[in-house]
Design a protein around this ligand. Structure first.
Ligand code: AMP
Length: 394
């Protein structure tokens, strides 16, 4: 697959699908501009070649073109990040927008209004994709966050660019970093899977068992394993109907010589609350009415040792209810140990949902090798799926 680095954009218009689905506060200020900054290298490469950029993105899930979902709120912060005054088209496919695109000169950037103001976008309508396709000589997909959707602007549109389509640099680096973990990794490889439920992580675990040496299981999902093994878990989170599956995973891991590390102790609480009474308890000895909401100190030590000896580390999902300070310690210690291993030369990838929020919250983003920008998209890559947005560029 080609990337923008394989194309000279001189006097060409690049039609770029970016992921500017950023969080805004009540006054429409961006509260986290990671996704905007992540799109910058691709845009700058095209401008430096002497090309121009038409940017298209969605923002939120509008129903009736509500003002709060307008991409006009992004024009100033985007212009500031790029150092170029960005022009704005207040719709996606009108005559007027078409004129603005035609008038775009080398070095200029035009941002289109929210793609999801049109229901054709999520429906993957061919006619809508065709209209958008008129706005560029080359189609570039750099929207990793939506690469797992077969929408008009993320997948269908690529059909109108049989030769002139390529990956943006963000999308390319997301793919490369997953490959580093799943295909070209240095051993020992450790996957840390946490979070709430076994059911949402099962496909990932099945896909990676062939590729890893150690599997650390933490978070709420660990208790389904502990209970299946005969432990007493009180009122900890459990998926009763996934206990057999948990035992099958352990059996499969054994066959594949993967060492599974479950928590040995837990911070238990008498209610799911920031003000609950807490204490440390063995993970399989939790009394009725109490629940495990974080891993305990012995588990922290156990996980630390595995991480210290790993050359490649994948982290998905917190090992406790990190949103509450009382139950954040396990996730903080884990993140710090991954940072330490990274400093000592290991490769670490943090991806998929809440573990990304955790590394941001605890200021560890710059201390791991790579933090993915896509939640659902990263999960699907780890599950071994080829994402529609990537397939369309092949
Ligand atoms: P996921 O989206 O599946 O990665 O799950 C993330 C969520 O799991 C976070 O909101 C955590 O608060 C939650 N979580 C982690 N550990 C536990 C636990 N022991 N009990 C309940 N929820 C947990």
């Amino acid at each position: 697959m080609k990337t923008v680095n394989d194309i000279n954009f001189k006097e060409k218009k690049a039609l770029i699908r970016v992921d500017f689905n950023v969080p805004l506060d009540a006054s429409f200020n961006i509260t986290d501009d990671t996704r905007i900054r992540a799109a910058k290298p691709t845009i700058m490469k095209i401008l430096e070649d002497g090309g121009s950029c038409v940017l298209m993105s969605h923002l939120g899930r509008p129903k009736n073109k509500e003002n709060e979902f307008s991409l006009k709120h992004l024009v100033k912060p985007l212009s500031d990040v790029l150092g170029v005054q960005v022009k704005f088209a207040d719709d996606c496919i009108s005559e007027n927008t078409s004129k603005m695109v035609s008038n775009l000169k080398s070095g200029e950037i035009l941002l289109l209004e929210n793609l999801r103001y049109y229901e054709e976008e999520t429906k993957g309508a061919i006619t809508f994709a065709e209209k958008l396709s008129k706005f560029g000589d080359v189609y570039v997909n750099d929207a990793f966050g939506t690469a797992h959707r077969a929408h008009a602007s993320t997948a269908i549109i690529a059909n109108f660019f049989p030769e002139n389509k390529c990956l943006g640099l963000l999308l390319a680096s997301e793919i490369e970093n997953v490959k580093k973990v799943l295909e070209t990794s240095e051993k020992p490889v450790t996957a840390i899977i946490g979070g709430a439920k076994v059911s949402s992580k099962i496909t990932i675990i099945e896909n990676i068992l062939d590729k890893i040496d150690h599997l650390i299981i933490g978070g709420g999902m660990a208790f389904t394993f502990v209970k299946a093994l005969g432990g007493k878990i009180g009122s900890s989170l459990v998926e009763e109907d996934k206990q057999d599956l948990a035992l099958e995973i352990l059996e499969e891991a054994k066959k594949k010589n993967v060492a599974v590390h479950l928590p040995i102790d837990a911070i238990i609480a008498d209610s799911f609350s920031a003000t609950a009474n807490t204490r440390v308890e063995s993970v399989g000895d939790i009394p009725a009415g109490w629940m495990g909401l974080d891993v305990g100190p012995k588990t922290n030590e156990l996980f630390a040792k595995v991480i210290r000896d790993s050359k490649t580390i994948l982290w998905n999902g917190p090992v406790g209810v990190f949103e509450m300070e009382k139950f954040a310690e396990g996730t903080i210690v884990l993140g710090k140990n991954i940072a330490k291993a990274t400093q000592n030369g290991s490769f670490s990838l943090v991806g998929g949902g809440d573990s990304v929020a955790a590394v941001q919250k605890f200021n560890l983003t710059d201390k791991v090798s790579y933090v993915s920008t896509g939640g659902g998209a990263m999960l699907e890559m780890l599950e071994g799926k080829t994402l529609p947005g990537i397939k369309a560029l092949m």
